[in-house]
Design a protein. Structure first.
Length: 477
């Protein structure tokens, strides 16, 4: 079983290319463990439909599937340009006007969807259209407009994004749209909420308080994509500690901080997340060529394999499944790379114990993972109420499948994105982990090693009232 059990998970974005119950089900069966709903596009009515499709497919196939709400954040975009296009040459001066009543007439004053005059300073850099046009702020023209100097030839188009790597938004990263989406999402079936353009740990705490006030049990993912977030290791680690998980949002990070920093930050973040038992998602352009091609490039295959070897919990597909011509093929290609990589390149064990508040429980998880590998157990079964036992176990990146059992459907869905976990919902009892192992052996889901009659399982569990593992048992099934 272990060779066919995909330990690194796949998060796939739902969009026009997989818009429909059958397509969503096909994507999940191809290997998607979670679905990302991007608040930058679509309507709440469409997302209601998408959530219903995902849950119906998961129930039909007997799987736990996570749903992630991705907030737009202060994704600053241009407004509507006349003819949807404006050519620029080096030395041009462009005025960015945030007045909602302003309409572009084809000239060098263009609309922008965010009032930059309140945030930017003269001398700061401003990039447009994914970094294709670079500019520098030279004047604050009015309360709603700034003037920039164009530094290279190029062109811009309607609604293309802007990046401001030098600008401090001072914690003001939740836009009115985000607040509306958070309030709406709290009443929907979301397992995770991803916060865009995080700059500090306080941004995470603010979102957690908002979710709590709306009664949401969703966990918070911090998207790491700003220069400020990665300025110091201390600040970055504080964000990791405050969040429930991290998304390495490599697209905007490359524009904001430089493409050369992305591989190092990715490696650093995966290590930090493992050390603190936090979820880590590697995202953006992983199989980008598959938007238009049925096969990935060798560089893209290497990129996915690198994330797997480094120990990421999740690799993500965005445009590939949202708007691409080959969404199902992209999921299958990613799964194929994951399986081959994990079966031929072992993830190195951590050099020290995971950190965090529950030191004793971390130590027991470490011992359980090593025990399972030492005795060549077929499976690690985690009995968990909150998901903490399974998450701590996954941080060890054992070379053994983890089967988690919980009485809470929300917890099971959240565990769908945790490394190596396959989560099931069963009523709580003292032996519900062992009972599940018996059940899964009978159905053929769990199989013994060749030449062995009994399934060898390490049962890791915690008391219902504690966070983490406090008991290890070795059982034959």
């Amino acid at each position: 079983m272990s060779k066919l059990f995909k330990r690194t998970k796949i998060l796939a974005t739902v969009g026009p290319s997989v818009f429909g119950a059958e397509k969503v089900e096909e994507m999940i069966m191809a290997g998607a463990n979670g679905c990302r709903l991007n608040c930058s596009h679509g309507t709440n009515e469409e997302r209601d439909e998408q959530i219903a499709w995902i849950r119906a497919a998961a129930e039909k196939k007997g799987r736990s599937v996570a749903i992630l709400q991705d907030l737009q954040g202060p994704k600053i975009r241009l407004g509507i340009l006349k003819d949807n296009h404006l050519d620029l040459v080096r030395g041009d001066e462009l005025v960015l006007e945030a007045d909602p009543n302003f309409e572009h007439d084809g000239g060098m004053t263009v609309p922008v969807q965010y009032n930059l005059a309140e945030k930017v300073r003269v001398g700061e850099r401003l990039s447009m259209f994914d970094g294709k046009v670079k500019t520098e702020v030279i004047e604050i023209v009015s309360e709603t407009a700034i003037r920039v100097s164009v530094l290279n030839d190029g062109f811009i188009m309607s609604k293309k994004g802007l990046n401001l790597p030098d600008t401090d938004f001072g914690g003001d990263i939740l836009t009115p749209k985000d607040l509306e989406d958070i309030e709406y999402g709290a009443g929907q079936d979301y397992d995770y909420v991803a916060l865009s353009f995080v700059q500090s740990a306080s941004d995470i705490e603010k979102l957690k308080q908002l979710l709590l006030s709306f009664g949401s049990t969703a966990k918070v993912i911090a998207k790491i994509e700003t220069k400020k977030a990665i300025e110091t290791d201390e600040g970055l680690e504080a964000i990791v500690k405050a969040a429930d998980g991290i998304m390495v949002a490599r697209g905007d990070m490359a524009v904001e901080a430089g493409a050369e920093v992305v591989p190092i930050v990715q490696r650093k973040l995966i290590a930090m997340c493992r050390a603190h038992s936090k979820l880590c998602i590697v995202a953006t352009q992983m199989l980008s060529s598959m938007v238009d091609s049925p096969e990935p490039t060798r560089a893209e295959v290497s990129d996915v394999a690198t994330a797997v070897v480094q120990g990421a919990d999740v690799v993500m597909l965005s445009d590939e499944t949202a708007n691409g011509k080959y969404p199902i093929e992209a999921v299958k290609a990613m799964k194929k790379v994951i399986l081959y990589t994990q079966n031929h390149s072992r993830i190195a064990p951590m050099s020290n114990l995971p950190e965090g508040k529950n030191v004793a429980y971390n130590a027991i998880s470490f011992a359980a993972a090593r025990l399972a590998e030492k005795i060549e157990a077929d499976v690690i079964v985690c009995q968990t109420a909150s998901g903490t036992t399974a998450t701590m176990m996954a941080a060890q990146r054992p070379n053994v499948p983890i089967v988690s059992v919980t009485p809470d459907r929300r917890v099971a869905n959240q565990l769908a994105l945790i490394y190596g976990n396959s989560a099931f919902v069963r009523p709580y009892s003292e032996e519900f982990g062992f009972d599940l192992a018996v059940e899964l052996k009978k159905t053929g889901y769990l199989q013994t090693e060749e030449g062995r009659k009994d399934l060898l399982a390490v049962i890791a569990s915690g008391d219902k009232n504690v966070m983490g593992t406090d008991t290890i048992r070795v059982r034959k099934v």
